[in-house]
Design a protein around this ligand. Sequence first.
Ligand code: ATP
Ligand code: MG
Length: 423
Amino acid sequence: MDFVLPAPVKEALGRLEAAGYAAYAVGGCVRDHVLGMEPHDYDICTSAAPQEMQKVFQGERTIETGIKHGTLTVLLSGMPLEITTFRVDGEYLDGRHPSSVRFADRVEDDLSRRDFTINAMAYSPKTGLVDPFGGQADCKRGVIRCVGEAEQRFGEDALRILRALRFSARLGFPIEEATARAAHAGRDMLQKISRERIAAELTGTLMGAHCAQVLADFPDVLCAAIPDLEALTRSDRWPHTLRTLTFAPQDPTLRWAALLMEAPRPDRFDLPYEILQGLKMPTKLCETVRKLTPIENRSFRKGLPSIRWLLMRLGPEQAEQMLLLLEADMLALHPASSEKAIRKEYRQNREELHRLLDENVCYSLSQLAVNGQDMAKAGLRGPQIGQTLNRLLLQVVMNELPNEREALLNAIHQENEDNLRGL
Ligand code: ATP
Ligand code: MG
Protein backbone atom coordinates (compact mmCIF):
# COMPACT_ATOMS: atom_id res chain seq x y z
CA MET A 1 0.00 0.00 0.00
CA ASP A 2 1.43 3.33 -1.04
CA PHE A 3 0.50 6.53 0.73
CA VAL A 4 1.07 10.01 -0.50
CA LEU A 5 2.24 11.75 2.66
CA PRO A 6 2.30 15.55 2.82
CA ALA A 7 5.80 16.97 2.26
CA PRO A 8 6.32 18.14 5.88
CA VAL A 9 5.44 14.64 7.18
CA LYS A 10 7.91 13.04 4.76
CA GLU A 11 10.53 15.53 5.79
CA ALA A 12 10.03 14.85 9.51
CA LEU A 13 10.26 11.07 8.97
CA GLY A 14 13.34 11.54 6.75
CA ARG A 15 15.14 13.70 9.29
CA LEU A 16 14.52 11.30 12.15
CA GLU A 17 15.66 8.35 10.03
CA ALA A 18 18.77 10.21 8.87
CA ALA A 19 19.67 10.67 12.55
CA GLY A 20 19.41 6.91 13.05
CA TYR A 21 15.92 6.62 14.54
CA ALA A 22 12.84 4.74 13.42
CA ALA A 23 9.87 6.98 12.59
CA TYR A 24 6.33 6.44 11.31
CA ALA A 25 3.07 8.19 10.63
CA VAL A 26 0.66 6.57 13.07
CA GLY A 27 -2.93 6.28 14.29
CA GLY A 28 -5.81 8.23 12.81
CA CYS A 29 -3.96 9.45 9.71
CA VAL A 30 -2.98 5.91 8.67
CA ARG A 31 -6.54 4.69 9.28
CA ASP A 32 -7.95 7.52 7.18
CA HIS A 33 -5.47 6.78 4.36
CA VAL A 34 -6.40 3.09 4.38
CA LEU A 35 -10.07 4.08 4.22
CA GLY A 36 -9.40 6.48 1.34
CA MET A 37 -10.31 9.48 3.45
CA GLU A 38 -8.40 12.74 3.86
CA PRO A 39 -6.68 12.83 7.31
CA HIS A 40 -7.25 16.06 9.21
CA ASP A 41 -3.90 15.85 10.96
CA TYR A 42 -0.79 13.69 11.12
CA ASP A 43 0.75 12.12 14.20
CA ILE A 44 4.24 10.70 14.11
CA CYS A 45 5.84 8.16 16.43
CA THR A 46 9.55 7.54 16.73
CA SER A 47 12.23 5.64 18.63
CA ALA A 48 13.91 8.99 19.42
CA ALA A 49 13.57 10.18 23.01
CA PRO A 50 12.21 13.72 23.52
CA GLN A 51 15.67 15.29 23.96
CA GLU A 52 16.85 13.49 20.85
CA MET A 53 13.85 14.80 18.89
CA GLN A 54 14.67 18.30 20.06
CA LYS A 55 18.17 17.88 18.62
CA VAL A 56 16.88 16.58 15.30
CA PHE A 57 14.50 19.55 14.96
CA GLN A 58 16.85 22.18 16.34
CA GLY A 59 16.15 25.54 14.71
CA GLU A 60 12.53 24.66 13.93
CA ARG A 61 9.58 26.03 15.85
CA THR A 62 8.61 23.48 18.48
CA ILE A 63 6.00 23.40 21.21
CA GLU A 64 6.68 21.25 24.25
CA THR A 65 3.19 19.75 24.32
CA GLY A 66 3.88 16.86 26.62
CA ILE A 67 7.60 16.28 26.93
CA LYS A 68 7.06 14.15 30.05
CA HIS A 69 4.91 11.76 28.02
CA GLY A 70 7.31 11.96 25.12
CA THR A 71 5.40 14.34 22.86
CA LEU A 72 6.84 17.29 21.00
CA THR A 73 4.96 19.35 18.45
CA VAL A 74 7.11 20.54 15.54
CA LEU A 75 6.02 23.11 12.98
CA LEU A 76 7.36 22.23 9.54
CA SER A 77 6.37 24.56 6.67
CA GLY A 78 3.47 25.72 8.83
CA MET A 79 2.18 22.20 9.49
CA PRO A 80 2.00 21.21 13.16
CA LEU A 81 3.22 17.64 13.65
CA GLU A 82 2.79 15.85 16.94
CA ILE A 83 5.78 13.59 17.38
CA THR A 84 5.73 11.04 20.21
CA THR A 85 8.34 8.59 21.44
CA PHE A 86 7.30 4.92 21.17
CA ARG A 87 5.80 4.06 24.52
CA VAL A 88 3.95 1.42 26.38
CA ASP A 89 1.61 2.25 29.22
CA GLY A 90 2.31 0.90 32.68
CA GLU A 91 -0.43 -0.55 34.82
CA TYR A 92 -3.73 1.27 35.00
CA LEU A 93 -4.63 1.46 38.65
CA ASP A 94 -7.57 3.88 38.47
CA GLY A 95 -9.17 3.00 35.14
CA ARG A 96 -8.13 6.34 33.74
CA HIS A 97 -4.41 6.96 33.75
CA PRO A 98 -1.51 4.59 33.37
CA SER A 99 0.47 4.66 36.60
CA SER A 100 3.63 5.06 34.55
CA VAL A 101 4.71 5.48 30.95
CA ARG A 102 7.67 3.57 29.61
CA PHE A 103 9.41 4.37 26.39
CA ALA A 104 9.65 1.41 24.03
CA ASP A 105 12.07 0.41 21.31
CA ARG A 106 9.75 -1.07 18.73
CA VAL A 107 6.82 0.43 16.91
CA GLU A 108 4.85 -2.80 17.49
CA ASP A 109 4.97 -2.18 21.24
CA ASP A 110 3.65 1.33 20.75
CA LEU A 111 0.84 0.02 18.53
CA SER A 112 -0.18 -2.56 21.12
CA ARG A 113 -1.24 0.11 23.64
CA ARG A 114 -3.61 1.75 21.14
CA ASP A 115 -7.37 1.34 21.40
CA PHE A 116 -8.73 -0.24 18.22
CA THR A 117 -7.16 -2.28 15.45
CA ILE A 118 -8.03 0.37 12.86
CA ASN A 119 -6.15 2.95 15.00
CA ALA A 120 -3.16 0.69 15.61
CA MET A 121 -1.35 0.94 12.28
CA ALA A 122 1.83 2.80 11.39
CA TYR A 123 3.33 3.69 8.03
CA SER A 124 6.60 4.95 6.67
CA PRO A 125 7.74 5.10 3.07
CA LYS A 126 10.77 3.04 4.11
CA THR A 127 8.96 0.09 5.73
CA GLY A 128 5.46 0.39 4.33
CA LEU A 129 2.45 -0.44 6.47
CA VAL A 130 3.02 -1.87 9.95
CA ASP A 131 -0.18 -3.62 10.93
CA PRO A 132 0.31 -6.27 13.62
CA PHE A 133 -3.36 -6.44 14.72
CA GLY A 134 -5.17 -6.72 11.40
CA GLY A 135 -6.25 -3.09 11.22
CA GLN A 136 -6.29 -3.07 7.43
CA ALA A 137 -8.55 -6.13 7.31
CA ASP A 138 -10.89 -4.54 9.86
CA CYS A 139 -10.98 -1.35 7.76
CA LYS A 140 -11.98 -3.46 4.75
CA ARG A 141 -14.49 -5.48 6.74
CA GLY A 142 -15.68 -2.35 8.49
CA VAL A 143 -15.57 -3.20 12.21
CA ILE A 144 -14.44 -1.51 15.40
CA ARG A 145 -12.44 -4.05 17.38
CA CYS A 146 -10.26 -3.59 20.44
CA VAL A 147 -6.57 -4.38 20.24
CA GLY A 148 -6.30 -7.41 22.49
CA GLU A 149 -8.85 -8.38 25.13
CA ALA A 150 -11.72 -5.88 25.02
CA GLU A 151 -12.70 -6.30 28.65
CA GLN A 152 -9.16 -5.65 29.80
CA ARG A 153 -8.69 -2.67 27.49
CA PHE A 154 -11.91 -1.01 28.68
CA GLY A 155 -10.88 -1.82 32.25
CA GLU A 156 -7.62 0.06 31.71
CA ASP A 157 -9.35 3.13 30.30
CA ALA A 158 -13.15 3.26 30.24
CA LEU A 159 -13.14 6.25 27.92
CA ARG A 160 -12.37 3.73 25.17
CA ILE A 161 -15.99 2.55 25.46
CA LEU A 162 -17.19 5.94 24.26
CA ARG A 163 -14.41 6.14 21.71
CA ALA A 164 -15.73 2.89 20.23
CA LEU A 165 -19.17 4.50 19.92
CA ARG A 166 -17.64 7.62 18.37
CA PHE A 167 -15.69 5.77 15.67
CA SER A 168 -18.67 3.55 14.96
CA ALA A 169 -20.92 6.61 14.58
CA ARG A 170 -18.43 8.37 12.34
CA LEU A 171 -17.46 5.49 10.07
CA GLY A 172 -20.70 3.51 10.14
CA PHE A 173 -18.75 0.40 11.21
CA PRO A 174 -20.50 -1.87 13.67
CA ILE A 175 -18.69 -2.65 16.91
CA GLU A 176 -17.40 -6.21 16.81
CA GLU A 177 -19.27 -8.62 19.06
CA ALA A 178 -16.75 -9.20 21.86
CA THR A 179 -15.91 -5.50 21.94
CA ALA A 180 -19.63 -4.60 22.05
CA ARG A 181 -20.26 -7.08 24.85
CA ALA A 182 -17.40 -5.62 26.87
CA ALA A 183 -18.73 -2.09 26.22
CA HIS A 184 -22.16 -2.98 27.60
CA ALA A 185 -20.67 -4.86 30.53
CA GLY A 186 -18.14 -2.16 31.41
CA ARG A 187 -20.39 0.88 31.06
CA ASP A 188 -20.50 1.68 34.78
CA MET A 189 -16.76 2.31 34.74
CA LEU A 190 -17.55 5.53 32.85
CA GLN A 191 -18.28 7.08 36.24
CA LYS A 192 -14.53 7.26 36.78
CA ILE A 193 -14.01 9.38 33.67
CA SER A 194 -13.95 13.17 33.80
CA ARG A 195 -17.07 14.95 32.60
CA GLU A 196 -15.09 16.92 30.01
CA ARG A 197 -13.65 13.83 28.33
CA ILE A 198 -17.06 12.18 28.32
CA ALA A 199 -18.58 15.29 26.79
CA ALA A 200 -15.96 15.43 24.03
CA GLU A 201 -16.50 11.80 23.01
CA LEU A 202 -20.30 12.13 23.16
CA THR A 203 -20.21 15.25 21.00
CA GLY A 204 -18.02 13.33 18.56
CA THR A 205 -20.53 10.48 18.58
CA LEU A 206 -23.49 12.80 17.97
CA MET A 207 -21.61 14.40 15.08
CA GLY A 208 -21.23 11.05 13.36
CA ALA A 209 -23.35 10.36 10.29
CA HIS A 210 -24.41 7.05 11.86
CA CYS A 211 -25.01 8.22 15.42
CA ALA A 212 -28.66 7.14 15.54
CA GLN A 213 -27.80 3.51 14.85
CA VAL A 214 -25.09 3.54 17.51
CA LEU A 215 -27.33 5.14 20.14
CA ALA A 216 -30.09 2.69 19.26
CA ASP A 217 -27.68 -0.17 19.98
CA PHE A 218 -26.06 1.35 23.09
CA PRO A 219 -28.70 3.32 25.03
CA ASP A 220 -27.36 1.73 28.23
CA VAL A 221 -23.90 3.14 27.58
CA LEU A 222 -25.37 6.58 26.86
CA CYS A 223 -27.27 6.42 30.16
CA ALA A 224 -24.17 5.33 32.04
CA ALA A 225 -22.58 8.55 30.76
CA ILE A 226 -25.75 10.64 31.32
CA PRO A 227 -27.98 8.95 33.93
CA ASP A 228 -30.64 11.66 33.47
CA LEU A 229 -31.42 10.21 30.03
CA GLU A 230 -32.75 6.97 31.50
CA ALA A 231 -36.40 8.07 31.30
CA LEU A 232 -36.08 9.35 27.72
CA THR A 233 -34.36 6.25 26.35
CA ARG A 234 -37.05 4.07 27.91
CA SER A 235 -39.94 6.19 26.63
CA ASP A 236 -41.88 6.05 23.38
CA ARG A 237 -40.22 9.37 22.44
CA TRP A 238 -36.85 7.70 22.03
CA PRO A 239 -37.38 6.31 18.49
CA HIS A 240 -38.50 9.76 17.38
CA THR A 241 -35.43 11.32 19.02
CA LEU A 242 -33.18 8.94 17.12
CA ARG A 243 -34.91 9.72 13.84
CA THR A 244 -34.62 13.44 14.49
CA LEU A 245 -30.88 12.98 15.07
CA THR A 246 -30.45 11.39 11.67
CA PHE A 247 -32.00 14.46 10.02
CA ALA A 248 -30.38 17.15 12.19
CA PRO A 249 -27.52 19.06 10.51
CA GLN A 250 -24.03 18.01 11.61
CA ASP A 251 -23.52 20.83 14.07
CA PRO A 252 -22.78 20.20 17.77
CA THR A 253 -25.45 22.58 19.08
CA LEU A 254 -28.16 21.20 16.80
CA ARG A 255 -27.23 17.58 17.43
CA TRP A 256 -27.32 18.09 21.22
CA ALA A 257 -30.60 19.95 20.88
CA ALA A 258 -32.01 17.09 18.79
CA LEU A 259 -30.92 14.56 21.40
CA LEU A 260 -32.40 16.57 24.27
CA MET A 261 -35.51 18.03 22.64
CA GLU A 262 -37.78 15.34 24.07
CA ALA A 263 -35.97 15.12 27.41
CA PRO A 264 -37.78 17.87 29.41
CA ARG A 265 -40.43 16.61 31.80
CA PRO A 266 -43.11 18.55 33.65
CA ASP A 267 -41.08 18.33 36.84
CA ARG A 268 -37.75 19.03 35.10
CA PHE A 269 -38.38 21.30 32.16
CA ASP A 270 -34.78 22.58 32.26
CA LEU A 271 -33.25 19.12 31.97
CA PRO A 272 -31.36 19.75 28.71
CA TYR A 273 -29.54 22.67 30.30
CA GLU A 274 -28.83 20.76 33.50
CA ILE A 275 -27.41 17.83 31.54
CA LEU A 276 -25.10 19.99 29.44
CA GLN A 277 -23.96 22.02 32.45
CA GLY A 278 -23.23 18.77 34.24
CA LEU A 279 -21.03 17.76 31.31
CA LYS A 280 -19.23 21.11 31.60
CA MET A 281 -20.08 21.97 28.00
CA PRO A 282 -19.29 25.52 26.78
CA THR A 283 -21.71 28.10 28.21
CA LYS A 284 -22.85 29.27 24.78
CA LEU A 285 -23.88 25.75 23.77
CA CYS A 286 -25.71 25.17 27.09
CA GLU A 287 -27.61 28.44 26.76
CA THR A 288 -28.50 27.91 23.11
CA VAL A 289 -29.79 24.39 23.63
CA ARG A 290 -31.79 25.69 26.58
CA LYS A 291 -33.50 28.19 24.28
CA LEU A 292 -34.04 25.75 21.40
CA THR A 293 -35.54 22.82 23.31
CA PRO A 294 -38.73 24.16 25.00
CA ILE A 295 -41.88 22.61 23.64
CA GLU A 296 -43.44 26.05 22.92
CA ASN A 297 -41.02 26.54 20.03
CA ARG A 298 -42.59 23.60 18.30
CA SER A 299 -46.03 25.15 18.15
CA PHE A 300 -44.49 26.86 15.11
CA ARG A 301 -44.77 23.69 13.10
CA LYS A 302 -48.52 23.71 13.54
CA GLY A 303 -48.43 26.90 11.51
CA LEU A 304 -49.76 29.23 14.18
CA PRO A 305 -47.07 31.71 15.15
CA SER A 306 -45.03 33.31 12.44
CA ILE A 307 -41.35 33.33 11.74
CA ARG A 308 -41.39 36.76 13.34
CA TRP A 309 -42.59 35.13 16.53
CA LEU A 310 -39.58 32.78 16.49
CA LEU A 311 -37.39 35.81 15.83
CA MET A 312 -38.86 37.58 18.84
CA ARG A 313 -38.36 34.57 21.11
CA LEU A 314 -34.90 33.57 19.90
CA GLY A 315 -33.19 36.31 17.89
CA PRO A 316 -31.85 35.87 14.33
CA GLU A 317 -29.14 33.25 14.83
CA GLN A 318 -31.19 30.93 17.00
CA ALA A 319 -34.34 31.39 14.94
CA GLU A 320 -32.38 30.00 12.00
CA GLN A 321 -31.13 27.08 14.12
CA MET A 322 -34.66 26.48 15.36
CA LEU A 323 -35.95 26.22 11.80
CA LEU A 324 -33.28 23.62 11.04
CA LEU A 325 -34.22 21.68 14.14
CA LEU A 326 -37.92 21.87 13.38
CA GLU A 327 -37.23 20.65 9.88
CA ALA A 328 -35.40 17.60 11.31
CA ASP A 329 -38.28 17.07 13.73
CA MET A 330 -40.81 17.19 10.88
CA LEU A 331 -38.76 14.88 8.66
CA ALA A 332 -38.61 12.44 11.56
CA LEU A 333 -42.38 12.60 12.04
CA HIS A 334 -43.36 12.00 8.43
CA PRO A 335 -42.79 9.21 5.94
CA ALA A 336 -40.02 9.47 3.38
CA SER A 337 -42.59 10.36 0.71
CA SER A 338 -43.06 13.79 2.35
CA GLU A 339 -39.38 14.55 2.57
CA LYS A 340 -39.17 16.67 -0.54
CA ALA A 341 -42.15 18.80 0.39
CA ILE A 342 -40.91 19.33 3.96
CA ARG A 343 -37.45 20.32 2.80
CA LYS A 344 -38.96 22.78 0.37
CA GLU A 345 -41.24 24.28 3.01
CA TYR A 346 -38.37 24.83 5.41
CA ARG A 347 -36.09 26.21 2.72
CA GLN A 348 -38.81 28.77 2.11
CA ASN A 349 -39.12 29.43 5.83
CA ARG A 350 -35.41 30.20 6.03
CA GLU A 351 -35.62 32.43 2.98
CA GLU A 352 -38.51 34.25 4.60
CA LEU A 353 -36.41 34.71 7.73
CA HIS A 354 -33.58 36.23 5.71
CA ARG A 355 -36.00 38.46 3.86
CA LEU A 356 -37.48 39.75 7.13
CA LEU A 357 -34.00 40.47 8.46
CA ASP A 358 -33.03 42.27 5.24
CA GLU A 359 -36.16 44.38 5.60
CA ASN A 360 -35.17 45.22 9.16
CA VAL A 361 -38.42 43.90 10.49
CA CYS A 362 -39.16 44.65 14.15
CA TYR A 363 -38.66 41.69 16.50
CA SER A 364 -37.12 43.25 19.62
CA LEU A 365 -38.01 46.00 22.10
CA SER A 366 -35.05 48.08 20.94
CA GLN A 367 -36.55 48.23 17.43
CA LEU A 368 -40.01 49.22 18.60
CA ALA A 369 -41.08 52.73 17.49
CA VAL A 370 -41.92 53.68 21.10
CA ASN A 371 -39.85 53.32 24.27
CA GLY A 372 -40.08 53.50 28.06
CA GLN A 373 -40.11 57.27 28.14
CA ASP A 374 -43.14 57.34 25.86
CA MET A 375 -44.87 54.98 28.25
CA ALA A 376 -44.04 57.19 31.23
CA LYS A 377 -45.37 60.22 29.39
CA ALA A 378 -48.57 58.32 28.69
CA GLY A 379 -48.97 57.91 32.43
CA LEU A 380 -47.76 54.34 32.90
CA ARG A 381 -45.69 53.46 35.93
CA GLY A 382 -43.32 50.76 37.17
CA PRO A 383 -43.82 47.26 35.82
CA GLN A 384 -46.73 48.46 33.68
CA ILE A 385 -44.15 50.03 31.34
CA GLY A 386 -42.33 46.81 30.54
CA GLN A 387 -45.55 44.82 30.30
CA THR A 388 -47.10 47.30 27.88
CA LEU A 389 -43.99 47.49 25.71
CA ASN A 390 -43.86 43.70 25.49
CA ARG A 391 -47.54 43.53 24.59
CA LEU A 392 -47.07 46.13 21.87
CA LEU A 393 -44.06 44.22 20.54
CA LEU A 394 -46.10 41.04 20.34
CA GLN A 395 -48.88 42.88 18.50
CA VAL A 396 -46.37 44.32 16.04
CA VAL A 397 -44.73 40.93 15.57
CA MET A 398 -48.13 39.32 14.95
CA ASN A 399 -48.94 42.04 12.44
CA GLU A 400 -51.83 43.38 14.50
CA LEU A 401 -50.25 46.82 14.72
CA PRO A 402 -47.78 48.60 12.44
CA ASN A 403 -44.47 49.55 14.01
CA GLU A 404 -45.27 53.28 13.81
CA ARG A 405 -45.06 55.73 16.66
CA GLU A 406 -48.49 57.30 16.09
CA ALA A 407 -50.28 53.99 15.87
CA LEU A 408 -48.57 52.60 18.96
CA LEU A 409 -49.23 55.74 21.04
CA ASN A 410 -52.84 55.66 19.92
CA ALA A 411 -53.13 52.07 21.01
CA ILE A 412 -51.86 53.00 24.48
CA HIS A 413 -54.24 55.94 24.81
CA GLN A 414 -57.09 53.76 23.68
CA GLU A 415 -56.13 51.22 26.32
CA ASN A 416 -55.87 53.89 29.00
CA GLU A 417 -59.33 55.16 28.17
CA ASP A 418 -60.74 51.66 28.23
CA ASN A 419 -59.12 51.17 31.62
CA LEU A 420 -60.53 54.41 32.96
CA ARG A 421 -63.98 53.44 31.77
CA GLY A 422 -63.47 50.24 33.69
CA LEU A 423 -63.57 47.95 30.69
P1 ATP B 1 -9.54 11.65 14.94
O1 ATP B 1 -9.61 11.65 13.47
O2 ATP B 1 -10.85 11.72 15.62
O3 ATP B 1 -8.51 12.60 15.53
P2 ATP B 1 -7.71 9.72 15.90
O4 ATP B 1 -7.58 8.25 15.62
O5 ATP B 1 -6.57 10.58 15.51
O6 ATP B 1 -9.05 10.17 15.27
P3 ATP B 1 -7.30 10.69 18.54
O7 ATP B 1 -8.24 10.80 19.68
O8 ATP B 1 -6.74 11.93 17.97
O9 ATP B 1 -8.02 9.84 17.44
O10 ATP B 1 -6.13 9.73 19.03
C1 ATP B 1 -4.96 9.48 18.23
C2 ATP B 1 -4.53 8.03 18.34
O11 ATP B 1 -4.11 7.76 19.68
C3 ATP B 1 -5.64 7.02 18.08
O12 ATP B 1 -5.71 6.70 16.70
C4 ATP B 1 -5.22 5.84 18.92
O13 ATP B 1 -4.24 5.08 18.25
C5 ATP B 1 -4.56 6.48 20.10
N1 ATP B 1 -5.46 6.70 21.25
C6 ATP B 1 -6.12 7.84 21.57
N2 ATP B 1 -6.82 7.73 22.70
C7 ATP B 1 -6.60 6.48 23.14
C8 ATP B 1 -7.02 5.74 24.29
N3 ATP B 1 -7.86 6.28 25.18
N4 ATP B 1 -6.57 4.48 24.43
C9 ATP B 1 -5.73 3.93 23.52
N5 ATP B 1 -5.30 4.56 22.43
C10 ATP B 1 -5.72 5.82 22.23
MG1 MG C 1 -6.41 12.75 15.98
